[in-house]
Design a protein around this ligand. Sequence first.
Ligand SMILES: NC(=O)c1ccc[n+]([C@@H]2O[C@H](COP(=O)([O-])OP(=O)(O)OC[C@H]3O[C@@H](n4cnc5c(N)ncnc54)[C@H](OP(=O)(O)O)[C@@H]3O)[C@@H](O)[C@H]2O)c1
Length: 333
Amino acid sequence: MFNALFLHQTAEGIAPRIEQVNRAELPDGEVLVAGAYSSLNYKDGLAVTGKGKIIRGAFPFIPGIDLVGQVEASSHDDFNPGDWVIQTGGGLGETRWGGYAQLQRLSSEWVVALPEGLSSHEAMVIGTAGFTAMLSVMALEHQGLEPEHGEVVVTGASGGVGSMAVALLAQRGYAVVAATGSIDAHDYLLELGAKRTVGRATLSDGPRHPLESAQWAGAIDTVGGNTLASVVARLGRHGSVAVCGNAGGFKLNTTVYPFILRGVNLLGIDSNTATRAQRAQAWSELATLPKTIFERIHAATISLADIPTWSDRITEGGVRGRVVVDVNSEVRS
Ligand SMILES: NC(=O)c1ccc[n+]([C@@H]2O[C@H](COP(=O)([O-])OP(=O)(O)OC[C@H]3O[C@@H](n4cnc5c(N)ncnc54)[C@H](OP(=O)(O)O)[C@@H]3O)[C@@H](O)[C@H]2O)c1
């Protein structure tokens, strides 16, 4: 028997409870993993609070879209007992039981080895958020972005994806403009390597004209809605925006002008279905980040029991950086 956080569907909504579960009840999969850490992403917050329809499996359900742990048993040649492995996305915590458990059985398709030089805790400071930030940087560079092209803006900059995006871009030599609505996050974002910060309000009303004066060579947008529309209108010639989030809205009200008069590109990012090659490249690059970045971005390490409270917090925009979940801790923080 082991502990897991289960979500129950009740007449009043979603009810999270820590329960004991038998390993025989785990889903099918080639890799049985003793969990060490998971993390709390915005999407996890939506799942645990029931504010978003994230769970697409039968209730009761174990959420958690990230997991790092040690292989206990494996029927797949690539993984052996004792190996440290990571899974982010790939349906974990959405279509199949997720990472908020001391033991989980995984489909080998989505499992990657913990890269050399990265601790299991650091891997979950990264988690889906950092992985998505890395995929966004890779997409921008694949489209030709280079540091000398000009400033790159990151929206929702103090959140998990945003913080990692600021740090990754700065490490690669980009001049990063961090757009944030958190008035106390400016020093934090400058410490992560941002060149300057701008207030969220400068973007949140949407553009006044289909084309605004060109300001940025590239962008990573975690906010969506009017913010993304403003970014599209302010990108320079052949500028690209990696579109990865909807923390501020899912609609996009724009015109074709930025695309046909400036050659602007919208690059969609879906970390859930990233290919094996993309996963391998992203994790090997993430493993080279300086340790100080993880220390700065790490907001808290919480227990399974803390997840509901922190889920409320993250869905209200009240979390700076990244929250790690110690699945073996029984202590409420
Ligand atoms: N495409 C993918 O594969 C993928 C993967 C991971 C996450 N995501 C998405 O990316 C987004 C960010 O995820 P996360 O885990 O980084 O969440 P997070 O830690 O909660 O960060 C979101 C940030 O967005 C800003 N924000 C929140 N509410 C806002 C609002 N109403 N208007 C404008 N800005 C707002 C806040 O930053 P400031 O206070 O600094 O403004 C907040 O910290 C979410 O929409 C998530 O679903 C997508």
